[in-house]
Ligand binder design. Structure first.
Ligand code: S3P
Length: 434
């Protein structure tokens, strides 16, 4: 829990009606600051996510000499070029953001200066060996707690050599860390993953003019090209839209139009899963924005049924399992989630957190397994008191469960919601009919 916990009670609603504009995609917002900084010329970013995680990335680059202006509607990055970053004068604080610390560790490995990365109490517990180990193989000098497996991490940048790395996990953070290091390595840096994780880095590297080749689940980056500043329009974050999708499905009579949502195929597992559960979700006005596919999503209350979830869809829905578990808690029959061990090392252990919290608000039988859980649905949830464990997505999942509960849900601390979705509670209240 944060030092100053902010408890919040979400009451049950009669129904949900209206239109929701989802804030910008977190992953794309991080990468737009990073590549904009490494480009020559100016990058203008609209619909940038003004969440704490993205401000951590922004501040890190400001601390390395990049001028970044934020007018409130447009973020302007004055790129310094691939070799233009300066040694930061202080420790870089990544806050709660795994994407910031892991991608920056890769980028900083190739600089000609020293830097230290740290984060909040949750981030300092998350595994870093998955990036430090392959980066060391590229020649990086990284020190850190537990022999470089936990932050704080100290990076003494230097010469890197490209490697061919077979990643044991489908992780966009691991892939992107090595891709960024690859911009500084001698020779080619090739990363293969067991199934394709989100490919925003590949798309954005290409958009900025980097030398990147993709084939199947393999990406190769070569150094040497100059990157050029771009105009970027960030699509709405499907991981944020997921809360309104599930809310629209579980609340009787609900109908919501969720506008401007990124539907990159490496991110749409949540749509496949909810539709397979019987969810009525219609994609409208499909279009492309800054190299990313976008649509409006129309969602209506639906009778859901339990399904089995595992395999390749898991990385395509990895951040949506807290919300999906709420849908499962109100579906007919049992939903089984497997192959999702990564959920145990997110902002918190999301399997344990959702199992405990769903039980606390009157769910049916829940069984945890090492790599997932099974959830048997009930007609309605009672409501009650729950714990966010400082995890934004746990807090928001329980807020939507509250909408469909009899008595409402009190969440012990919702301050974490601002890491990815500032304005979430106001948007939810705006479409709630009580
Ligand atoms: C992200 C990758 C995913 C995801 C996270 C954002 C990214 O993490 O869970 O919220 O922007 O690259 P992993 O790479 O650990 O799967």
């Amino acid at each position: 829990m944060h030092e100053h916990a902010t408890p919040h009670t979400v009451p049950p609603v009669k129904t949900l009606q209206g239109t929701v504009a989802i804030p910008g995609d977190k992953s794309i917002s991080h990468r737009s600051i990073m590549l904009g900084s490494l480009a020559t010329g100016i990058t203008r970013i609209t619909n940038f996510l003004r969440g704490e995680d993205n401000f951590a990335t922004m501040n890190a680059f400001r601390n390395m000499g990049v001028m970044i202006e934020d007018s409130g509607s447009v973020v302007t990055v004055h790129g310094v070029g691939v070799h233009g970053l300066q040694e930061p004068g202080d420790v870089l604080d990544c806050g709660n953001s795994g994407t910031t610390i892991r991608l920056m560790t890769g980028l900083l490995s190739g600089q000609s200066f020293f830097s230290v990365l740290t984060g909040d109490q949750y981030l300092r517990k998350r595994p870093m060996k998955r990036v430090t180990e392959p980066l060391r193989r590229m020649g990086a000098t990284i020190a850190g707690r537990g022999n470089g497996t936990l932050a704080p991490l100290a990076v003494s940048g230097g010469r890197l050599s490209g490697i061919t790395f077979q990643s044991p996990i489908a992780s966009a953070q691991v892939k992107s860390a090595l891709m960024l290091a690859g911009l500084y390595a001698d020779g080619a840096t090739t990363i293969s993953e067991p199934t394709l994780s989100r490919d925003h880095s590949e798309r954005m590297f290409r958009f900025f003019g980097a030398d990147v080749e993709t084939a199947d689940t393999t990406v190769t980056v070569r150094a040497g090209r100059e990157l050029h500043g771009q105009e970027i329009v960030v699509p709405g974050d499907i991981s944020s839209a997921a809360f309104f999708l599930v809310a629209g499905l579980i609340v009787p009579g609900a109908e919501l139009l969720i506008r401007n949502v990124g539907i990159n195929p490496t991110r749409t597992g949540v749509l496949d899963i909810l539709q397979q559960m019987g969810g009525d979700i219609v994609l409208q006005d499909q279009r492309e924005v800054s190299g990313e596919p976008v649509a409006d999503l129309l969602v209506r209350h639906s009778r859901l049924k339990g399904i089995e979830i595992g395999g390749d869809v898991v990385p395509r829905a990895i951040d949506e399992f807290p919300a999906i578990s709420v849908a499962a808690a109100l579906a007919e029959g049992t939903t089984v989630i497997k192959d999702a061990h990564e959920l145990r090392v997110k902002e918190t252990d999301r399997i344990a957190a959702m199992a405990q919290n769903l039980r606390a608000i009157g769910s049916g039988t829940i069984e945890e397994s090492e790599d997932g859980m099974s959830i048997t649905g009930v007609e309605t949830l009672r409501g009650g008191s729950v714990a966010s464990f400082g995890d934004h997505r746990i807090a928001m999942s329980l807020a939507i469960a509250a909408c469909a509960s009899r008595n409402g849900v009190t969440i012990d601390d919702v301050s974490c919601v601002s890491t990815s979705f500032p304005g979430f509670f106001e948007l939810l209240a705006g479409v709630s009919r009580v």
